[in-house]
Design a protein around this ligand. Structure first.
Ligand SMILES: Nc1ncnc2c1ncn2[C@@H]1O[C@H](COP(=O)(O)OP(=O)(O)OP(=O)(O)O)[C@@H](O)[C@H]1O
Length: 262
């Protein structure tokens, strides 16, 4: 099969379901036989758990932001030092193959947190993380699903243009809609238009109104509020194995993404 290159960034307000959607998409692309890199770029998230990685595997996987030896080796400076002289162009090409855990055909990379000030903070660890993000988006020939923090703060213009689809997860709630508006604004500032929404946690009767509220975004699909997701989370199991209806809806979303990009 021909290797496919596809970069999807998933954002939205905290707790809306970014990690849940990311994990479903990872499994669907892996099931197609594609090489999948799952990037946990949200310090609050635990994409590895949502993917059902064994806990002992996750325990051994240190976030890149905490790999002090690696940061020093690649940038030439101690992490946390501001004002030191260090490489602005560190070597990162091997990281998505080496500093990862692999389970059921999915490679998991934990970025860890970019320290205060986002990309504006000039310190060695941020430089390494930013170079790594650029490399994953612009140079790797695989499917990368990026589970991001709320917005798109980590993206520079060039990298943002390399992302095939930005998906904002929206739940019925004012703050979630406001975050979606903020993401669209940031995307416009970055010069990208390919932003889509996925609606999550809708209760009966809420969908039409919510769709109306977010009519500034094309909607790729919607998931209901369903205790099976909480159960999966609680048991550390992946939803892909537990819910046929969530898998079916995720499949429709995947097909829409694939057709948009064809
Ligand atoms: N459709 C759903 N129905 C019920 N509960 C859900 C649904 N989707 C997600 N949840 C629950 O909401 C919580 C947050 O989900 P998830 O971790 O996917 O969101 P997130 O946006 O990645 O969160 P964070 O910002 O903390 O990383 C979890 O406890 C999850 O089980």
């Amino acid at each position: 099969m021909r290797e496919k290159s596809l970069k999807i960034a998933i954002s939205g307000k905290g707790g809306v379901g970014k990690t849940t959607l990311s994990s479903l998409l990872c499994y669907l692309y892996a099931r197609d036989g594609q090489r999948v890199l799952a990037v946990d770029a949200d310090p609050d998230a635990n994409l590895g758990t949502a993917l059902g990685f064994p806990p002992e595997m996750l325990a051994k996987l240190t976030p890149i932001s905490e790999e002090r030896k690696l940061i020093k080796e690649r940038t030439g400076a101690e992490p946390g030092t501001i004002g030191a002289i260090y490489s602005l162009n560190p070597q990162v090409e091997d990281i998505p193959d080496t500093y990862v855990a692999e389970y059921r055909g999915i490679k998991l990379l934990r970025m860890g947190s970019i320290t205060q000030g986002g990309t504006g903070c000039a310190c060695p660890e941020n430089t390494l993380l930013k170079s790594l993000l650029d490399h994953i988006v612009l140079e790797r020939n695989e499917i990368a699903i990026l589970d991001m923090e709320a917005g798109l703060e980590h993206f520079g213009r060039g990298t943002a243009r390399g992302v095939d689809a930005f998906i904002v997860v929206v739940e019925p709630g004012r703050r979630s809609i406001e975050t979606a508006q903020a993401v669209v604004k940031l995307a416009n500032d970055l010069g990208v238009q390919n932003v889509y929404a996925v609606v999550n946690k809708v209760h009966e009767g809420q969908l039409a109104e919510l769709e109306q509220e977010i009519n500034f975004l094309p909607i790729l699909g919607h998931f209901p509020y369903d205790p099976v997701v909480v159960e999966a989370d609680f048991r550390g199991k992946n939803l892909f194995d537990l819910s046929e209806s969530f898998v079916q809806e995720a499949e429709k979303i995947k097909e829409k993404i694939d057709s948009l990009l064809r």
